[in-house]
Design a protein around this ligand. Structure first.
Ligand SMILES: Cc1cc2nc3c(=O)[nH]c(=O)nc-3n(C[C@H](O)[C@H](O)[C@H](O)COP(=O)(O)O)c2cc1C
Length: 336
């Protein structure tokens, strides 16, 4: 019998889908969501997801093997749809029999969902609109994450609360839908579960867990930050549609404006096409995030963080974070 019966009952569908004890996913975070955090998450009864990001197939191969050495619980792999070697990465997931693959960063290219389902993987997708969500379910997606603009990292324009009201009443009865973005306490988890969500995905709350390999200075920046410090980047040039990124304000966020101008100039000169321009922007983010997470350069690197960062104030083991979230959710449901 669960220590959190009401929450566990509402999470049952999501937990069954994930094969985990609780339906709390730790969303993939490039550089942060590697074997240690992913295994810790799954071992603690949540669901860890490896962030493939810009990794080569060889690196992903090693990361999956390393994660399997640390946990025998299920975990997922997050692949970015615009990765040039997407189908090779899918092949690596197949080699390891990865049970859940999250396709992020855009609408999955033709054949990718089929390639994953061919070896039995469950496919989790994102969708910016209800119509695209329905289309992806028709195309074989097994679950959906709706992620609001409060989240850390790349974001869409709509807040989590509005997405939840638009998507859950339409989809939640028939489909597995996880809610992400701005969740910092169990009270919020309880609310989305009551609206029909199968579970939640969180990033910011787990980025600085004890098991996270993020640099101590990266973690300190999170512990100091308030909600208003986690700002969305602005698009400098109308021709270059960059996806906004939410991160703690620093010199690096200012430098991103200069990077956009540089890439826009290359577009003008015709030396790159739009696809290449967007890839350059994404490489910029991957590099900047690495500087902050791995090297601890919190001035110039990217401190991707969601608005819930204000609720992260100390390093805690993943198991403690999950236990606190579950107990807050249960207390909220008991007050109803
Ligand atoms: C530091 C950081 C890096 C992230 N990197 C990725 C990524 O590589 N791929 C991805 O799909 N989402 C990425 N995200 C988003 C998370 O997976 C998750 O959906 C998000 O953090 C949830 O919102 P929250 O931050 O409000 O909890 C990142 C988030 C953060 C904070």
């Amino acid at each position: 019998m669960s220590a959190f019966p009401k929450t566990s009952a509402l999470m049952a569908r999501g937990a069954e889908f994930l094969g985990s004890e609780t339906a709390i996913l730790c969303g993939a975070m490039s550089w942060v969501s590697e074997r240690n955090l992913v295994a810790a998450m799954s071992n603690a009864g949540g669901f860890g997801v490896i962030a493939c990001g810009a990794m080569t197939p060889e690196l992903l191969d090693a990361e999956i093997a390393g994660t399997k050495a640390l946990t025998d619980k299920p975990f997922g792999v997050n692949l970015i749809t615009m990765h040039p070697d997407l189908f090779d990465l899918i092949g690596i997931c197949e080699k390891h029999g990865v049970s859940h693959v999250v396709l992020a960063g855009g609408i999955p290219p033709k054949g990718s969902i089929d390639a994953l389902k061919a070896f039995g993987a469950k496919v989790i997708v994102f969708a910016p609109t209800l119509a695209l969500a329905k289309k992806q379910f028709r195309g074989g997606a097994d679950a959906l994450v709706i992620e609001g603009s409060e989240a850390g990292g790349h974001i869409g324009p709509i807040s989590t609360s509005v997405l939840a009201q638009e998507f859950l009443p339409e989809l939640a009865a028939e489909h597995v839908v996880f809610v992400a973005g701005g969740i910092g306490r169990g009270d919020m988890i309880a609310a989305y579960l009551e609206m029909g969500a199968a579970g939640v995905q969180m990033g910011t709350a787990f980025a600085c867990a004890s098991e996270s390999i993020a640099h101590p200075d990266f973690k300190k920046a999170f512990f100091r930050a308030k909600a208003r410090d986690a700002d969305a980047s602005v698009q400098i040039d109308a021709r270059l549609p960059v996806i906004p990124v939410r991160a703690l304000k620093n010199k690096g966020t200012e430098e991103f404006a200069a990077k956009q101008r540089e890439v826009a100039l290359l577009l003008d000169q015709g030396s790159v096409d739009m696809g290449e321009a967007q890839l350059q922007i994404e490489h910029y983010w991957a590099g900047a995030l690495r500087r902050a997470v791995i090297e601890g350069d919190v001035e110039n690197g990217s401190l991707m963080a969601g608005q819930s960062v204000g609720m992260v104030s100390a390093e805690e083991p993943v198991a403690d974070i999950i236990a606190r979230l579950m107990s807050e959710s249960e207390a909220a449901l008991n007050r109803r």
